[in-house]
Ligand binder design. Structure first.
Ligand code: CDP
Length: 576
C-alpha cells in the first residue's frame, strides 16, 4: 500500500519527527523515517545470531506495519531510532530520597530524560513533611509540594530545547503528613502545570472511607504515626478538587503492587506521567499501539476485525518492542540496568472508538463492552505467546526468578506486555483515528496544544466515510456539526448513524468507567483514560465515579469536568 498520510499527520511529522538539516529544513520523508526506525529496531536481532536474510525480512515486516499505519511505536522511538540520540522510551520513574543530593540528582536526571522526549513520574512520599526539622542546619524542611515546584520550574526551562515539552507525574501517598497540602496544590490553575498529580490511596484507606473511620498519617523517616485524619474528609477534599479542575487523580497503589510482577525488586510507588505505566524506581518502558481502525475488513457488506492480520501484528509488535529495549540508549546507567532486569513493554491500542463506529456499534453498549473483552483478551494472550517464544530463543527477563510468573512456570521474555497509552500524537500520525480507548471527542473538532499550540481542525474519518457512503456528506452539514460537536439531536443524520457516533459528552461517566474497567481486566499495566463529565456535573457525580472505578477493579482514575480548566487540550466546536 502506498503511504497515505493526512495533512495533520504530515504537519506533526515535519514539526518534530522527521530529520532536519542545520538550517531546519526537513531532509527525510515519512517513508524514510519508517525505514530508519524499522532498520534500527530489526538490527537488535543480530544480538541473537539471526542471519542477515532474516533480519532484512524482519525489517521489511516492521516497515510494512508502520507504513500501513497498523502499528506505531511511542513518539521517542519514531523520533530517535537510528539517530545519535537513540533514546526510545516514553516512560520513566525516578526515585526521590529524603536528601538534597537525591532531590537535585533527580532534577538533573529529569532534565536529561525530558530533553530526549521521555516523561517522568515520581513519588514524593519519602520526603519529610513540611515544617519538620533539618538536622544539619537546624532549619525547617520545605516539604514535598515545595520541591515539586522546583521540578516544575526545571521542566519549564528545558521545554524549549527538547524534542517535546516535558511531562511529569507527581504522586503522594494518602498517609503522608502533607497530604492535605498536596491535594490542593493545583487548585490554582497557574501553578505546577508541568505535572499531573495523583494521590496513592491504600486499601486500608478505602475501607476507612466506607466505614467513616480515622487513619494514621505516617512520618516517612521514623515510620511512626504522627497524626490522624478522618478518611472521609480527605476523600471528600480529593473529590472536591477533582470536580473543580480535574486534579488530583487517584491511583490504587495496593492494587498496583498486588500486580507487581517482580516484588523482590521493590515496591511500585509511581506511574509515568499519564498514569498508564506503573514502574519501579529507575525503570523505563517503551510503548507501542495497534491501530484497530486500520485492521477492519469488509465481509458481507459489514465491517469486522481482520483477526488473522491482528494476530500477526500483535506478534510482530511484541518482537519490535522487545528489540527496542536492546537498541535503546538509556540516559542513565541505573535505568539501563533496571530496565533490562524486567524488560517491560507496553503494547496497547488506538482507534477503538473509530473502529466501533465504523462497525455501527455504539460505544455505550453491552455489545461494545463484549467486543472490548474479546479484543483485549486476544491481544494479551497473543502477546504472551510471542513473549514465550522470544524467551525460548533469548532467555527470560533476568528477574524472572522470584517473579509472580515463576510459580506457574510462565517463562516470559517480558515482565509486562500490555499497556493502554493515550496515543495523543501517534493517533494523529496514524490517522486521524480516535486516541487510545477514548470515545470520539467530537465528530468535527479542533485540537490545540498537542504540539505546543498548533491548532488543527479535523473530521472524524469514520464519520466522513459513513456519511459519504450514504451521500449525506456536505460541507454545510459538517460546519453545523462542528459547531455543536454532537449529532444526537440532528434530524438530518439517520438514527442508526446518530447512535453509532456517540461522542464523549453523549456518554455517561458510568459507561466511560465500564470501558476502562473491561480493558483493565486484560491489561498487565494500566489504562490511560479520562472520564469526561458535563460542565454542570455535581460533586456527588464525581464521588460516585471514584467509588465505581474502585469497585470495578480500575488501577486509577482521572476525571475531567468540561470547561473546568482555563486551558483545555481538546475543545468542541470551531469558534472558541
Ligand atoms: O502519542 P505518543 O506516543 O506521543 O504519546 P502518548 O501515548 O500520548 O503518551 C505516552 C506517554 O508518553 C505518556 O504517558 C508520557 O509518559 C509520555 N509523554 C511525555 O513524556 N510528554 C508528552 N508531551 C507526551 C507524552
Amino acid at each position: 500500500m502506498a503511504l497515505k498520510l493526512s495533512e495533520n499527520s504530515l504537519k506533526v511529522l515535519e514539526k518534530r519527527y522527521l530529520k532536519k538539516d542545520e538550517n531546519g529544513k526537513v531532509v527525510e520523508t515519512p517513508q524514510e523515517m519508517f525505514t530508519r526506525v524499522a532498520k534500527a529496531i530489526a538490527a537488535a536481532d543480530r544480538l541473537y545470531r539471526k542471519t542477515e536474510d532474516d533480519i532484512a525480512a524482519l525489517e521489511h515486516k516492521f516497515f510494512t506495519m508502520m507504513e500501513n499505519l497498523e502499528f506505531m511505536p511511542n513518539s521517542p522511538t519514531l523520533m530517535n531510532a537510528g539517530r545519535d540520540l537513540s533514546q526510545l522510551s516514553a516512560c520513566f520513574v525516578l526515585p526521590i530520597e529524603d536528601s538534597m543530593d537525591s532531590i537535585f540528582d533527580s532534577i538533573k536526571f529529569t532534565a536529561l530524560i525530558h530533553k530526549s522526549g521521555g516523561g517522568t513520574g515520581f513519588s514524593f512520599s519519602r520526603l519529610r513533611a513540611r515544617s519538620s526539622t533539618v538536622r544539619s542546619t537546624g532549619g525547617i524542611a520545605s516539604g514535598p509540594v515545595s520541591f515539586m515546584k522546583v521540578f516544575d520550574a526545571a521542566t519549564q526551562a528545558v521545554k524549549q530545547g527538547g524534542t517535546r515539552r516535558g511531562a511529569n507525574m507527581g504522586i503522594l501517598r494518602v498517609d503522608h503528613p502533607d497530604i492535605m497540602d498536596f491535594i490542593v496544590c493545583k487548585e490554582n490553575d497557574k501553578e505546577i502545570n508541568n505535572f499531573n498529580i495523583s494521590v496513592a490511596v491504600t486499601e486500608d484507606f478505602m475501607r476507612k472511607v466506607t466505614k467513616d473511620e480515622e487513619y494514621d498519617l505516617i512520618d516517612p523517616n521514623t515510620h511512626k504515626a504522627v497524626h490522624r485524619l478522618k478518611a472521609k474528609e480527605v476523600f471528600e477534599l480529593m473529590v472536591k478538587m477533582a470536580h473543580k479542575n480535574g486534579e488530583p487523580g487517584i491511583i490504587f497503589i495496593d492494587r498496583i503492587n498486588n500486580n507487581n510482577p517482580t516484588p523482590l525488586l521493590g515496591k511500585i510507588e509511581s506511574t509515568n506521567p499519564c498514569g498508564e505505566q506503573p514502574l519501579l524506581p529507575f525503570e523505563s518502558c517503551n510503548l507501542g499501539s495497534i491501530n484497530l481502525y486500520a485492521l477492519l475488513k469488509k465481509a458481507d457488506g459489514k465491517f469486522e476485525f481482520d483477526w488473522d492480520r491482528l494476530k500477526e501484528i500483535i506478534h510482530l509488535s511484541v518482537h519490535f518492542l522487545d528489540n527496542v529495549i536492546d537498541v535503546n540508549k538509556y540516559p542513565l546507567s541505573q535505568i539501563d540496568k533496571m530496565t533490562k532486569q524486567t524488560r517491560k513493554i507496553g503494547l496497547g491500542i488506538m482507534g477503538w472508538s473509530s473502529a466501533l463506529a465504523k462497525m455501527m456499534i455504539p460505544y455505550d453498549s453491552d455489545e461494545a463492552i463484549a467486543l472490548a473483552e474479546k479484543v483485549m483478551s486476544f491481544i494479551q494472550a497473543e502477546a504472551r505467546k510471542e513473549s514465550l517464544d522470544l524467551a525460548r530463543a533469548r532467555g527470560t527477563f533476568p528477574a524472572y526468578k522470584g517473579s509472580i510468573f515463576e510459580a506457574s512456570n510462565l517463562r516470559l521474555r517480558n515482565a509486562t506486555l500490555t499497556t493502554i497509552a493515550p496515543t495523543g500524537t501517534i493517533s494523529i500520525i496514524a490517522g486521524p483515528c480516535s486516541s487510545g480507548i477514548e470515545p470520539m471527542f467530537a465528530l468535527c473538532y479542533q485540537r490545540a496544544n498537542v504540539l505546543d499550540n498548533a491548532r488543527m481542525i479535523e473530521v472524524e474519518p469514520a464519520f466522513k466515510d459513513v456519511m459519504e457512503e450514504k451521500g449525506l456528506y456536505t460541507r454545510k452539514l459538517m460546519e453545523k456539526i462542528a459547531e455543536k460537536g454532537s449529532v444526537q439531536e440532528m434530524k438530518e443524520v439517520p438514527e442508526d448513524i446518530r447512535r453509532a457516533f456517540v461522542t464523549s459528552h453523549d456518554i455517561t461517566p458510568e459507561w466511560h468507567i465500564k470501558m476502562q474497567a473491561v480493558f483493565q481486566k486484560f491489561t498487565d499495566n494500566a489504562v490511560s483514560k479520562t472520564i469526561n463529565f458535563h460542565e454542570d456535573a455535581s460533586i456527588d457525580d464525581v464521588r460516585k465515579a471514584y467509588m465505581l472505578a474502585y469497585e470495578m477493579g480500575c488501577k486509577g482514575l482521572t476525571i475531567y469536568r468540561d470547561k473546568s480548566r482555563s486551558e483545555q487540550v481538546l475543545s468542541v466546536g470551531t469558534k472558541d
